[in-house]
Design a protein around this ligand. Structure first.
Ligand SMILES: Cc1cc2nc3c(=O)[nH]c(=O)nc-3n(C[C@H](O)[C@H](O)[C@H](O)COP(=O)(O)O)c2cc1C
Length: 182
């Protein structure tokens, strides 16, 4: 599978970290783009943010990458965590960075675009932007954990969101907790 994973300056680098850890990045073609604020937040939130060696990391300001063109075939793009700033820019049709252009391409090509926003509370502009993105075909999967699996650590709480992202990509984690499964 060919995937684009993008990160922005919302809180929640650990969601990105756990996603990278649960995708077999050697078995799939994984491209990573991080905004400037994503880098700053990663430094603030994690002592040791690790990108698997097989992941191709790209700058957010060099369009010389395959996934900014509809002619390159990719299955899915995930923006995790997704700031409300980036969510609003995508909803407005802005595509003047690699990350934004890629999101724009995934929407126009009707490919899977999964946004994982982290913000609370929402103002009306946030809510309207989310509606616009849903209408355009995006999956909006807020970073809202669940607790019915009785997670006993921060990582376990984070994984309740990461498992939903993996399900959406089509790379479900066989160890994911599922209600009603023994
Ligand atoms: C430590 C820190 C935490 C932040 N957390 C959030 C957040 O949870 N959600 C959000 O929408 N913005 C958050 N922001 C603000 C964004 O980083 C800011 O709006 C930035 O312009 C986003 O740019 P980007 O989307 O290009 O990364 C945070 C900023 C900092 C420094």
């Amino acid at each position: 599978m060919k995937l684009v994973i993008a990160a922005t300056g919302a809180s929640g680098t650990i969601y990105l970290q756990r996603l990278l850890e649960q995708i077999d990045c050697a078995a799939h073609e994984v491209h990573l783009v991080m905004s400037a604020y994503a880098d700053k937040v990663a430094k603030q939130e994690l002592d040791n943010f690790r990108i698997p060696e097989s992941v191709s990391r790209h700058s957010d300001n060099d369009m010389n990458v395959p996934f900014v063109s509809g002619s390159a075939r990719f299955e899915a793009m995930v923006i995790v965590p997704c700031s409300m700033a980036t969510l609003g820019r995508i909803a407005s049709g802005s595509s003047d960075s690699v990350l934004l252009r890629a999101a724009d391409v995934f929407l126009k090509e009707r490919r899977k675009l999964i946004l994982v926003p982290r913000e609370t509370p929402w103002n009306l502009i946030h809510a309207r932007n989310v509606v616009t993105l849903l209408e355009a075909g995006a999956v909006v999967l807020p970073a809202i954990p669940s607790f019915y699996s009785r997670p006993n650590s921060v990582t376990a709480v984070v994984d309740t969101v990461v498992w939903r992202i993996l399900d959406q990509i089509g790379l479900s984690n066989p160890s994911a907790y599922r209600w009603g499964m023994k």
